[in-house]
Design a protein around this ligand. Structure first.
Ligand code: NAD
Ligand code: WQD
Length: 332
């Protein structure tokens, strides 16, 4: 069996991608420091797929650990999810973000280089597009960052480009995710943010369960159909499937540096998402319109043609699927 190292594999997107990889016939080895996830995810994955992924609790910044891991068994490719992802926290703790996301990625790449493992799929983000100059966002849209988190993604994207140009043999995919939401349809794995959720959908889900009282809708005076922010929400299992396609592309391609959007190509507003969640949960989601959140953009959605052309992949699930599955997970 082909072994894939999944850093951050007990996290939200990594766990769903582990399921998809196992179901596609890969052997998965997870490396995660459990800073934002729980070891119980491994049991849930085993229940879904029948196979418990191999797991090492450790940090991507631990070079000796990485060397021993690569020495112990042949790894064909690395899917690199590990990192910190909260925009507000990155403003308050920039050094932690540069250390985890940039220094951590460099440590991982150096260990891969030593082990001659040169196939990598990297979790980038639509945040690298900054405030869109035109929609839908194509991969050649100029990049910018308005916060330290976004900056770490820009820097790692650049490091990967430099590395790819410097040495033959690297096969790298930089995947720019739009807004991943939802959960596995089994309800066994999903998004489990610590503390007050930063993102819209986990917050809405917690209002539906009664853990929180009301959603604050950040602004209804944007230039969008109902005035609230518009985003390209993508079901996390569609995203996971996109990773399997990207991995297969890399394993087949000779020496490519692939950069693609993973989104649906369709934008929905905050109020659309609240209504879809009401439908899914049968609950009324109370909300207040409040002022805009600093740094937010009005609207953002992906051009999905390059992903389809290169990977033969498209997202399939609707916002109702996303909300139904998120509700199944949340209500468990
Ligand atoms: P997550 O926090 O659920 O998962 C990240 C995992 O990495 C966690 O399990 C955490 O414990 C682990 N981790 C963090 N730092 C580590 C380190 N130094 N060593 C080892 N493990 C470490 O986040 P997610 O939503 O699954 O995001 C995965 C990746 O996708 C991240 O790189 C994130 O920036 C990127 N991304 C996420 C979104 C989103 O909205 N969720 C959007 C675009 C890009
Ligand atoms: C979605 C919409 C908010 C919360 C963030 C990161 C981005 C990427 C995905 C990693 C916006 C509105 C939100 C709330 C609200 N992550 N909202 N009330 O900001 O598009 O993207 O996550 O790469 O980098 O910035 O996602 O879910 O926070 O917000 O009204 O309590 O919901 O204003 O219009 P965002 P989000």
């Amino acid at each position: 069996m082909t072994t894939i190292l999944v850093t951050g594999g007990t996290g939200f997107i990594g766990s769903h991608t582990t399921v998809a990889l196992q179901q596609a016939g890969y052997h998965v080895l997870i490396l995660d420091n459990l800073s934002n996830s729980s070891v119980q995810v491994l049991d849930a994955i085993a229940t879904i797929t029948g196979t418990r992924p191999e797991f090492i609790q450790g940090d991507i910044r631990d070079a000796a650990l990485l060397d021993s891991l690569f020495a112990a068994q042949p790894v064909s490719a690395v899917l690199h999810f590990a990192g910190l992802k909260a925009v507000g926290e990155s403003v308050a703790m920039p050094l932690a973000y540069y250390d985890n996301n940039v220094h951590g990625s460099v440590q991982l790449l150096q260990a891969m280089q030593r082990a001659q493992v040169r196939t990598l799929v990297f979790s980038s983000s639509a945040t690298v597009y900054g405030d869109p100059q035109a929609l839908p966002l194509t991969e050649d849209h100029p990049r910018s960052a308005t916060n330290p988190y976004g900056h770490t993604k820009l820097v790692v994207e650049d490091i990967l480009e430099n590395l790819h140009a410097s040495e033959a043999g690297w096969r790298i995919a930089r995947l720019r995710y739009f807004n991943p939401v939802g959960a596995h349809p089994s309800g066994l794995i999903g998004e489990a943010p610590q503390g007050v959720p930063n993102n819209l959908m986990p917050y809405v889900a917690q209002v539906a369960t009664g853990q929180r009282e009301r959603v604050q809708v950040f602004g209804n005076d944007y230039n969008t159909p109902d005035g609230t922010g518009v985003r390209d929400y993508i079901h996390v299992t569609d995203l996971a499937d996109g990773h399997v396609h990207a991995l297969q592309y890399c394993l087949q391609a000779r020496q490519d540096l692939l950069t693609v959007n993973l989104g649906t190509g369709v934008g929905y507003s905050v109020l659309d998402m609240i209504r879809a969640f009401e439908q899914a949960s049968g609950k009324t989601i109370a909300y207040d319109i409040v002022g805009r959140r600093t740094g937010d953009i009005a609207a953002c959605w992906a051009d999905t043609e390059l992903a389809y052309e290169k990977l033969g992949w498209r997202a399939r699930k609707t916002i109702q699927d996303m909300c139904d599955d998120a509700w199944r997970w949340e209500s468990k």
